[in-house]
Design a protein around this ligand. Sequence first.
Ligand SMILES: Nc1ncnc2c1ncn2[C@@H]1O[C@H](COP(=O)(O)OP(=O)(O)O)[C@@H](O)[C@H]1O
Ligand SMILES: [Mg+2]
Length: 206
Amino acid sequence: MKIVAFMGQKGGTGKTTLAVHTAVAAGQDGHKVVLIDTDPQQSATFWGDNRKLETPIVATATPGQLPEVLAAAKAEGITLVVLDSAPHSSPNASEVARLADFIVIPTRASAFDLAAAESTVKIVKASNKPFGFVLNAIDQKVAESGEALDFLNNQYGGSVAPYKVGNRIAFARSIATGQGATEFDASEGKARGEIKLLWRWIKENI
Ligand SMILES: Nc1ncnc2c1ncn2[C@@H]1O[C@H](COP(=O)(O)OP(=O)(O)O)[C@@H](O)[C@H]1O
Ligand SMILES: [Mg+2]
């Protein structure tokens, strides 16, 4: 059983969005997936409640309950755990990082967002777990996203997803209907394609 955690000390970077879509894409790729929501805001749980399908399993847990929930998942034959986590709260973040096999840090491309990633990187590095960044909600026409990619490649260590995730309404619309972008896509397949590439990159790293 592998564990991929979406982390970041900043809110709104896309942790929940990308965790949900990744969980669906991994399930379509044959994994038996549990999506565990450790954020008290429970956005991923909200998505699970709106979803009509049984998979992925969506569980809600505090970081303190994680060891027990993970043991139960393993006993159930789960092959992939996708962990969605809360912004801030360092002790909890350390616990999540410690349990993960690979940590994904979504970030937007602005200078503020890129600088804010530093506090997450510190926590993640202390866990000695492999980590990588994914640039999220990128307007493909804006040149800064290329600079952001260069910055991430050089600044913090860790890997960087070779593909950016675009700023697309399909990501939010599919969430609102309890779906994943790879199941629902009104944007000519672009959102679906980006999530497939994101999942492929994660798969190579877990
Ligand atoms: N790639 C994207 N394209 C468009 N909107 C996005 C994208 N990623 C996230 N969002 C939107 O940004 C907001 C914050 O995303 P969310 O996943 O909740 O962030 P976090 O979990 O890191 O706080 C949500 O309204 C979400 O719909
Ligand atoms: Mg969230």
